[in-house]
Design a protein around this ligand. Structure first.
Ligand code: DX5
Length: 225
C-alpha cells in the first residue's frame, strides 16, 4: 500500500464535537444541532470497559449518527484489539477510524485494513505514551490524536504539558492532521493550536455549554480569532 496520500496540514482548524457528553436520549437532535452550529465532523467515543474504565457506544450508534448528519464521522476506538471491529464501524458509516497505539499488537496491519475498507486511518496516543511510538506508523495515517486527558470520561481537566507534546508531534510531520481530545475549550484551544493542533475534539465544552451547542462551538472558534 502506498504511503499516506500527501496532505497539507489543514490551515482551517476543525471543531469536532464528541457525543460522549451529548444527551443520548436526544442524540439525533444533538448531532443535527452541532452540524447547524458549524461543527466540521462528529466524533463517536467508543469505549469497551477494558482499554478504558467506561463502556459507551457500538456500531449501531454510528448508524444513528450517520442518519442524523452529512458531516464526516470519526469513530475513536478506545478499545482493546480494535482490529476486531474495523469492518463493523466502517459499514456503520464511520469515515475515519482512530485506534489507540497502545491497544493492538498489529498496528501497521490494523491501519492498512482501515484504509482497505475505504475509511481514513488515524492513531491516538495516551498522555503517558511517547511521541516516539508514532514514528513508524506516521507515514501511513492521516491523523494523530494527541490525548490531552487520560481517556475514559468527558469533562476532565486538560493536562498542562500537552502543548509541548503537540509541538514534538508537529516536528515529526509538517502535514499530518494533529487532533487533540480532552479538556478542549475556549481557554485551552488557543494553546493547542499555537502548538500545531489542527483538529479540536470538544465534548463537554460544546454539549455542556450553558448557551447551547452552537454557542459552545462559537466560543471555541472566537477564542482562536
Ligand atoms: C476520552 C473521551 C473524551 C471526549 C472529550 O475521555 O474521548 O476525551 O472525547 O471530552 P471533553 O471534551 O468533555 O473533555
Amino acid at each position: 500500500m502506498a504511503d499516506r496520500p500527501s496532505r497539507r496540514a489543514s490551515v482551517k482548524v476543525e471543531v469536532v464535537p464528541s457525543i460522549l457528553s451529548a444527551d443520548a436520549g436526544r442524540l439525533a437532535d444533538q448531532v443535527a444541532e452541532a452540524e447547524r452550529g458549524g461543527a466540521d465532523r462528529i466524533q463517536v467515543d467508543v469505549m469497551d470497559g477494558h482499554f478504558v474504565p467506561n463502556l459507551t457506544f457500538g456500531p449501531v450508534v454510528v448508524e444513528a449518527v450517520r442518519r442524523s448528519t452529512r458531516l464526516p464521522i470519526e469513530a475513536h476506538l478506545m478499545v482493546e484489539r480494535p482490529e476486531l471491529f474495523l469492518e463493523a464501524f466502517v459499514k456503520a458509516g464511520a469515515t475515519l477510524i482512530e485506534v489507540q497505539v497502545e491497544a493492538t499488537t498489529s498496528l501497521y496491519r490494523t491501519v492498512q485494513t482501515i484504509r482497505e475498507l475505504g475509511a481514513g486511518a488515524g492513531v491516538a496516543i495516551n498522555p503517558g505514551t511517547s511521541v516516539e511510538d508514532l514514528r513508524e506508523i506516521l507515514p501511513y495515517v492521516e491523523l494523530v490524536n494527541v490525548m490531552t486527558v487520560e481517556p475514559g470520561f468527558g469533562g476532565q481537566k486538560f493536562i498542562p504539558h500537552s502543548p509541548e507534546k503537540i509541538r514534538r508531534v508537529r516536528a515529526l510531520s509538517k502535514d499530518i492532521e494533529i487532533e487533540v481530545d480532552g479538556g478542549i475549550d475556549a481557554r485551552t484551544a488557543p494553546l493547542v493550536v499555537a502548538a500545531g493542533a489542527t483538529v479540536l475534539v470538544a465534548g463537554n465544552s460544546v454539549y455542556g455549554y450553558k448557551g447551547g451547542i452552537a454557542a459552545g462551538i462559537k466560543a471555541i472558534r472566537d477564542a482562536l480569532d
